[in-house]
Ligand binder design. Structure first.
Ligand code: C2E
Ligand code: MG
Ligand code: MG
Ligand code: MG
Length: 294
């Protein structure tokens, strides 16, 4: 049986691997040009204050508008960008382009003072000694206060606590930029590191919400994670909120903020601009207390 299985695996996977190796090397070449050819586009997803459904800010999510393959999601090309060393240029482009967008919004729209732009940073970026200077320069040039920016970093990127990574985190904190651990609960999480790192927020991975209402004990489990984050003196954000029920449950637990398809999908800049120009609260018709009681 094992032999048959082995043969099957080879039969099934060999052509796929070959194809994907070819595709990968072609995509690598194309990805190197994508930035300079203006093929990267930014989408924005609102983050909401759960007590009032007020928009607290947006997360910046990059996509690759490929001339032939269409819109490619980041999970497909970010790992490739990291592997071939393009991630540095990519993350810098995202930081610069999204801060420019924020500066334009701040000029043109009546944004709340506490509105925050949340930008994902690869682990590789934290190792760059000039990362903080680059961000400081952009903030100054665009006249954006540091507290309007939050960087999101996956926990795997920082649990190793390398010297340069710690230097970057401490300098960002000193500058006033918010630091958030992303995808909490999926990587190698030693619980104690939550209290030792210079971070202010923790975003709980959406996989923890998936079974919120189907798996026995999941609600208690999620509530306990929220307590843990609070006990570490940090603010919790939940991603992947897809239903009103989930939003209500997290709100009842006292969770401060969240994001997900229930509130809004990530959207292109023009749609985000139109939304922010007209809307302060999402889904007030159905959930939360509404703006009038906020
Ligand atoms: P992430 O930072 O954890 O972003 C959240 C992901 O969940 C996004 O996927 C978002 O579209 C998706 N999402 C949001 N709400 C829901 C929901 O209710 N249900 C479900 N099923 N999904 C939801 P996306 O845009 O495909 O991004 C995937 C990952 O790619 C991000 O995960 C982040 O790690 C990475 N990424 C995106 N943009 C950048 C970037 O500019 N630089 C770097 N280094 N990484 C990025
Ligand atoms: Mg993120
Ligand atoms: Mg996340
Ligand atoms: Mg995630």
């Amino acid at each position: 049986a094992a032999k048959r299985e082995g043969r099957n695996i080879i039969k099934v996977f060999e052509p796929v691997m070959l194809y994907s190796r070819q595709l990968r090397s072609q995509m690598a070449t194309e990805l190197r040009d994508a930035i300079s050819s203006d093929q990267l586009v930014l989408h924005y997803q609102p983050v909401v204050e759960l007590a009032t459904n007020r928009i607290l800010g947006v997360e910046v999510l990059v996509r690759w508008q490929h001339p032939l393959r269409g819109l490619i999601p980041p999970d497909t090309f970010i790992p490739l960008a990291e592997e071939i060393g393009v991630i540095h240029d990519l993350d810098r482009w995202v930081m610069s382009a999204s801060l420019r967008q924020l500066a334009a919004w701040r000029k043109d729209l009546p944004l709340d003072d506490d509105f925050q732009l949340r930008v994902n940073l690869s682990a590789v970026e934290l190792k760059q000694l000039d990362l903080v200077d680059h961000i400081r320069g952009l903030l100054r040039e665009l006249d954006v206060p540091a507290h309007s920016l939050v960087v999101e970093i996956t926990e795997t990127a920082i649990v190793t606590r390398g010297e340069v990574e710690m230097y970057s985190l401490l300098s960002l904190k000193q500058l006033g930029v918010g630091i958030e651990i992303d995808d909490f609960g999926t990587g190698y999480s030693s619980i104690s590191y939550l209290r030792e790192l210079p971070v202010s927020m923790v975003k709980v991975d959406r996989s923890l919400l998936v079974e919120l209402n189907t798996r026995t004990g999941q609600l208690d489990f999620v509530a306990a994670i929220l307590q843990l984050i609070r006990a570490a003196g940090l603010e919790a954000v939940f991603e992947g909120i897809e239903t009103r029920e989930q939003a209500d449950q997290l709100r009842a637990m006292g969770c401060a903020s969240g994001q997900g398809y229930y509130f809004s999908r990530p959207m292109p800049a023009d749609e985000a601009t139109a939304l922010l120009a007209t809307t302060r609260h999402l889904r007030v018709d159905e959930g939360a207390e509404g703006p009038e009681r906020a």
